[in-house]
Ligand binder design. Structure first.
Ligand code: HEM
Length: 161
């Protein structure tokens, strides 16, 4: 009885530090290798991913759609478009993850196609901004439709399912 109690106590004395050591080594091993993931708050401080740039454009677009017909807000709308351009210009220099679906000899053509499509988006955004600066809200809506068309076709061709 006395011997088994001692064994039990000794067991705990041995197990508690062992568990602590294992837990600590797991947390130390995890911290230096853990990378920021898409959507993490930390990605705001580091370079944005392609998806981050796209998400930023999306939230600007939502704001823009609400006010594009309001001539009193044209300067503000033009600034929203200018922000979208910054993200589009960064995004176009990146490589869409879908490239991995292609054999290596086809990849460059795929990435080049993405770049050209994104360039087209940038051109439409410049025209959209110009219409807003000219206070031409009818024309601005036409350019917005073009931007939406780029998004639709760009995603159909370059985004993974
Ligand atoms: C204003 C126009 C655009 C907006 C607002 C936009 C928005 C978005 C959003 C919100 C996502 C992430 C969520 C999702 O999977 O749907 C995304 C992903 C993506 N978009 Fe766009 N997009 C636009 C234009 C384009 C164009 C023109 C292209 C291609 C030329 C394109 C290619 C992609 C790709 C490849 C992804 C996947 C990124 C990844 O998984 O890392 N987007 N976009």
């Amino acid at each position: 009885m006395i011997r088994s109690q001692t064994a039990q106590r000794f067991g705990w004395v041995a197990i508690v530090p062992l568990v602590l050591t294992v837990a600590l080594s797991i947390s130390f091993a995890a911290s230096p290798t853990s990378q920021p993931h898409h959507g993490d708050q930390v990605s705001r401080d580091g370079p944005l991913s392609l998806e981050d740039h796209m998400e930023q454009m999306q939230s600007s677009l939502r704001e823009l759609k609400r006010q594009i017909i309001d001539p009193r807000k044209n300067m503000e709308s033009a600034n929203i478009v200018a922000e979208m351009l910054v993200h589009a210009a960064q995004a176009k220099q990146m490589r869409p993850p879908k490239e991995r679906e292609f054999a290596s000899d086809k990849r460059q053509a795929f990435v080049m196609g993405f770049r050209k499509k994104m360039n087209g988006l940038c051109a439409s955004l410049v025209q959209l901004e110009a219409s807003l600066l000219d206070d031409d809200n009818i024309q601005a809506q036409k350019h917005l439709a073009k931007v939406l068309d780029y998004r639709f076709k760009g995603h159909r061709q370059y985004k993974q399912e």
